[in-house]
Write a protein that binds this ligand. Structure first.
Ligand SMILES: Nc1ncnc2c1ncn2[C@@H]1O[C@H](COP(=O)(O)OP(=O)(O)OP(=O)(O)O)[C@@H](O)[C@H]1O
Length: 268
């Protein structure tokens, strides 16, 4: 038995997420009580529009919660300054970046902003962190490329590299493999897992890659209309929870193939 006391890095208490417009609250998910230990690789799964991005944006304070509390390293995130928060959590989005002339090095250097002075001068330590991030994500050869010259897969690695340069305990990524081919999807999951195992980073990823999530994550977060279920992938397969992701007459979860399949596949 593992006697080591787990370090809880992220916790929510009765967290309600959603949108507020003209005093009207639209609840996307309610009473979320999430606990995540340091060094875990957690994958957030759920159908389109269920609220994955809403949750990740709320956890990183990009959007306001409706109610409840979020704790990082036992500190309520409301009590953290933007700089303190940026030193604890980084967020990787897949949205296109605005046009600019920045090189890959300069883009990754932006990850050091929470540590640099107001002019943004890089110290020797900042440069080491940037070079180390380039190395860890295997993109040293892209250092001097302009970021608009990058393919989607390369850009994805650059953005993960920037999150690494930000040197946070927690890295949160919203659908990081959305536009990637199968090889680059696998490479990205492998890289994220490596960051958790080798560097002790806590990684939270929203994804539609159920098979890859089962293979690589320590923990799955299953978001459905009625439930938010967390647990070890094998456990969630065995107790039938994963099946609840899609309540449909068309698909079912095949626990041997570990993927969703058509219920009555038409014979060719
Ligand atoms: N700015 C907004 N104002 C109001 N409702 C919004 C806003 N952004 C998203 N929503 C709604 O919140 C719900 C959850 O959206 P969200 O983008 O979080 O889902 P998701 O699980 O990330 O979806 P996908 O897998 O398609 O990316 C959807 O019904 C969406 O229409």
């Amino acid at each position: 038995m593992n006697q080591e006391k787990k370090h809880i890095i992220l916790r929510t208490r009765n967290l309600d997420i959603g949108y507020l417009a003209k005093k009207n609250k639209t609840f996307i998910a309610e009473k979320l009580n999430i606990t995540l230990s340091k060094g875990q690789f957690a994958c957030l799964l759920g159908k389109n529009g269920i609220g994955k991005s809403t949750l990740l944006r709320t956890l990183t304070k990009v959007q306001s919660k409706l109610s409840g509390e979020i704790f990082v390293n036992s500190m309520n995130i409301e009590s953290l300054s933007p700089n303190e928060l940026a030193r604890t959590m980084s967020l990787v989005l897949t949205e296109k970046l605005p046009e600019s002339n920045l090189t890959v090095f300069e883009l990754i250097a932006l990850g050091r902003q929470p540590y640099t002075n107001w002019i943004g001068n890089l110290s020797q330590n900042d440069i080491e962190k940037i070079n180390n991030s380039l190395k860890l994500t295997h993109i040293e050869h892209l250092t001097n490329k302009k970021f608009y010259e990058l393919s989607d897969g390369q850009l994805q690695r650059v953005l993960i590299s920037r999150a690494l340069a930000q040197d946070t305990d927690i890295i949160i990524l919203d659908e990081p493999t959305a536009h990637l081919d199968v090889l680059h999807k696998m490479e990205t999951f492998q890289l994220l897992k490596r960051l958790a195992v080798e560097l002790g980073k806590t990684i939270i990823v929203s994804t539609h890659e159920i098979h890859l999530a089962i293979e690589s994550a320590n923990e799955l977060w299953l978001m459905t209309e009625n439930d938010f279920i967390t647990g070890n992938p094998r456990e969630l397969i065995q107790n039938g929870s994963i099946q609840k992701l899609f309540s449909s007459d068309i698909v079912e979860f095949d626990s041997i193939k570990e993927k969703f399949v058509l219920k009555n596949s038409v014979k060719k």
